[in-house]
Design a protein around this ligand. Sequence first.
Ligand code: MSP
Length: 511
Amino acid sequence: MKDKKFYITTPIYYTNWVPHIGHAYSSLVADVIARYKRIDGFDVKFSTWVDENSQKALLKAQDLWMNIVDYLDMMATKHQAVWDWLNISYTDFIRTTEPRHHKFVQEVIQKTFEAWFIKKGNYEWLYCIGCESFKKVEDLNTDWLCPDHLTKPEIIKEENYFFELSKFQEKLEKFYEENPNFTIPNNRFNEMKTFLKEWLEDFSISRNKKLFGIPFPIDKEQVTYVWYDALFNYLTVCKYPVKSGLSISPDLDMDFWPADLHVVGKEIARFHVIYWPAMLEAAGYEKPKNVLVTGFITVDWQKIWKSLGNAIDPVEFSAKYSRDLMLLYLLTAFPIWNDWDFSEEQAVFMYNAKLANNLGNLLNRFLVLSLKIWGKIQWKIDDKISYNISQLTSWYDSIRMNSYDLKQTLDKVFLFWDILNKYLDDTKPWNLKDESQLEELINILYTLWEWLRIMAICLYPFFYDKMWELLNRIWLNYWDLEKCDLNFNELFNKTETFTIKEKWEALYPRI
Ligand code: MSP
């Protein structure tokens, strides 16, 4: 058991669809961070899967003339297959119809009620099933439709239970002040702060109709509002983790709480940045450490819609090209605080430029030189460039990856390839043909080698498969990445044996 613990989550996905590229974006961001934390010596808990108690899933099942339970089973399997295909390195899976989640949600509602944060009231509101969220008139477009789903909201009038969010206005303001990096990036945090200043009203957390959902423990005639149940999934997996079969083992993973990071899309930031900390405080739990908010991907500048047929399937796309191409594009084409219009052409272009050409060129040069000399040699790094290496490693670890700036991290590592290609252009090792120049040649080669190893480790959380292959090609396979705690110094000044005797296949073939 490691003492350094890290708990990361993706949103749990609605199951009226199979995941599209926008959903894959959330899961890939979380996956890269989880993999990075693992090589940085953390015991990582990574949780994901499906949000099932929604009205839209129920409507979809009815459309298909399917029994809701069968429908949800089918969709949960489909979702899991997508995450497995994409090799999302989750450790915990949760379906919100599981008995452990029902049990936990009912416990927290009871606790919140006893702490006087739940009251009965009259609910008269507009509700958008697409958003699974209530709306105000000013949220609608000029045709009185939900601007995101272009559907008419339901008008709901009933007596039900409210969570007293208004009691948390000042507490939240104070919490934000004390935790200035609670929400990343800054533009999203500012949006939330503005929202907090303007409007914090109590919100309904139960529904009077006998809908599909978790029975509301203090009034069995009602069911729990889907968002109120869904957010608690993050805690259910700590409180009742399924470590073996379906046994419910209380508190087993509570030492992972509070969560280190929730990765969420911008349209659900409000639920995670405003409601969630208040709900936790009301139920007597600590608040999460960070929320990372991602932007929105559009296709042909339109929202992704099944009915428009513009959804990009991440499985098909990565099968056509590769996971690495898809990830490179999603994480480097645009910063996390932006929205972006998806372009296949641009994705291929970036892959060819960065992975096939830039890295490919470097590896080829390394290979050609290595084929010339092998044997047991004491290597020495070229001082001219060792400074850049230590700069890269300290920067990588302490600055960018730990502030979850994945684009900057990748851009920076790619920049170092350029520096290295330039180093070769300057030193021209291919001209060192004389016996007396052997030592110089070896030093250049060693320097190159050292760099490649370090960059392969920096890129491992992103492109784990190919980087592992690269590390194997340059003999680092003895190094246990998950135990190294990113101690790059371990790597320096070792006596190594060169064994490259044959040409390699290109690591990233051009498309
Ligand atoms: N079930 C809720 C989340 C509950 S978490 C306690 C939900 N589900 S969702 O399936 O609609 O969306 C899941 C995630 O996918 C969200 O973070 C959302 O922002 C993200 N995306 C869905 N479409 C997207 C794009 N087109 N682009 C980028 N991300 C988007 O909300």
